[in-house]
Design a protein around this ligand. Structure first.
Ligand code: AMP
Ligand code: MG
Length: 470
């Protein structure tokens, strides 16, 4: 094995109750579909023989220094507490400290059963693996905190969902896989020593400035607030914001039934299992606050003076909607060319979104076209748009560098659902060209010139729902 990663594992040194040591289950015939060489380089990964990428990142051979384990966590799924989840189909190989000095997890997903698999097979199929690869890397290129994709390896085995589908393993890279649910599992079990150890670990790893559990809570709330505003600014719907899919680091994690909106609607839902619209586009701020309340509930357990801790935690969580609003205003202000938008600009932004919703305008293209002659073409009610446009022009009269501000806030391209579906269909048939094309265009989303990929879906191409794909 010539696959070398400079492993430096800290999670594996935590107490036994945090995880189960387990090796990946080998697959039949690993074949690399995608390898993120640039990311690998920043992680200090080297390999002499390309075949060793397939071996290492399918789980068929363990690189030196790996300490494979499945992490324990719990979580609220659609509001209901599940006392035990954990990595059911993921295995942490270990951590490396990257060239920027940041510690990163290297995790295989789809690498076989673990003690936390419950009824699952521990596997993933090619579709969601490539979806996560494309969307997480697109998110990164958009400048939004996210886990990264290092590799997608076809397994040479079928997995069985409704039908037989080609299996695959994703290698995911994250600044950690600590979730709200990691705190919940120890809090609910009353394992306060483990909860304290986890809190200390999370602070040291992510928020060294934070003071104590409440300092950690405050820091996580701030990151989550920024993250939600960032998602909304690009029309992203996470789709399954359960507390086990909410990372303490503030990175976007778990690209299951997520989607970027084409036509704007505030209540848009894609996930086929989200029947009540709990995780609809415009519910995301509220849900993020709810998730932080669950983190607060767990962290309060650590305090000797419960009443004081409850009061402090309540104040921190109650401050979060205002943080999200401020971050939202900053981002959406930039989308209409205002560098430092003020609360009185909210109506201007909301009114534009209202027009988009009424006309079913394409969120990405309508914003991207705003400063251009053809902007009105994105709207059906041209009169209403022209009226808004006049108000907007009056407002931005005093702004400088409007075009630059807008171009940096309004991507030309997002990973559209129909393109992802087309890419997956081709990949299943062995054709990776659509994947390569998408990845190339999405790498520079604010400068993309691949016009055909900027186009919203035709009626025939619309993907009305996404599936968890587990
Ligand atoms: P998710 O909805 O992807 O966040 O997953 C929720 C839980 O189900 C996590 O504990 C996963 O590890 C587990 N899980 C999802 N898919 C599988 C699978 N195919 N096999 C085993 N566990 C799974
Ligand atoms: Mg998950």
């Amino acid at each position: 094995m010539t696959f070398i990663a400079p492993f430096d594992n800290s999670y594996a040194a935590l107490p036994d109750g945090f995880f189960t040591r387990i090796n990946p289950t080998p697959v039949a015939a690993p074949q690399v579909l995608a390898f993120n060489a640039r990311l690998a380089k920043t992680l200090g990964i080297r390999h002499a023989d390309p075949d060793d990428i397939a071996l290492a990142l399918s789980g068929n051979a363990l690189p030196d220094g790996a300490a494979p384990l499945a992490q324990l966590y719990a979580g609220h799924q659609f509001g209901n507490y599940n006392p035990q989840l954990g990595d059911g189909r993921a295995i942490l190989l270990g951590e490396v400290v990257d060239t920027g000095g940041i510690r990163r997890d290297i995790q295989l997903k789809g690498s076989g059963r673990t003690p936390y698999s419950r009824g699952g097979d521990g596997r993933a199929w090619l579709g969601p693996v490539l979806r996560e690869y494309v969307v997480s890397e697109a998110m990164h290129a958009l400048g939004i905190p996210t886990t990264r994709a290092l590799a997608a390896v076809r397994s040479g085995e079928d997995v069985y969902r409704e039908t037989a589908l080609p299996g695959a393993v994703l290698t995911r890279v994250a600044t950690s896989h600590l979730r709200v649910g990691t705190f919940q599992v120890f809090a609910h079990r009353g394992e306060l020593e483990n909860l304290q150890t986890l809190t200390d670990y999370a602070i040291a790893r992510h928020y060294p400035q934070a003071e104590g559990a409440m300092g950690l809570l405050r820091a996580v709330c701030a990151r989550q607030a920024d993250l939600i505003a960032a998602w909304m600014s690009v029309g992203f719907i996470h789709g399954v914001m359960n507390t086990d899919n909410c990372a303490i680091s503030g990175e976007t994690i778990d690209y299951g039934p997520c989607a970027f909106m084409d036509a704007f609607h505030a209540n848009r839902v894609f996930s086929s299992i989200d029947r009540q619209g709990r995780y609809a586009f415009s519910n995301q701020p509220q849900i993020a606050v709810w998730n932080m309340a669950q983190l607060a509930t767990a962290l309060i357990q650590l305090s000797g003076d419960k009443d004081a801790a409850i009061e402090q935690a309540t104040q921190i969580v109650h401050a979060m909607p205002a943080l999200i609003e401020a971050a939202w205003l900053k981002r959406f202000g930039a989308k209409i060319g205002i560098v430092d938008a003020q609360p009185e600009d909210t109506a201007l932004i909301e009114d534009l979104l209202g027009l988009m919703q009424k006309d079913g305008a394409d969120f990405t293209n309508a914003f991207r076209s705003l400063g251009r002659d053809h902007a009105v073409d994105e709207f059906l009610d041209s009169e209403a748009f022209e009226a808004w446009h006049a108000r907007w022009q009056a407002r931005i009269g005093t702004e400088t560098d409007v075009d630059r501000t807008m171009n940096a806030a309004n991507p030309a391209i997002i990973p559209r659902n129909h393109r992802i579906e087309q890419m997956i269909e081709a990949a299943v048939a062995g054709d990776m060209a659509p994947f390569e094309r998408l990845m190339k265009a999405l790498a520079t989303p604010y400068d993309s010139t691949d016009q055909d990929l900027h186009r919203p879906p035709s009626e025939r191409e619309i993907v009305p729902a996404t599936f968890c794909g587990t």
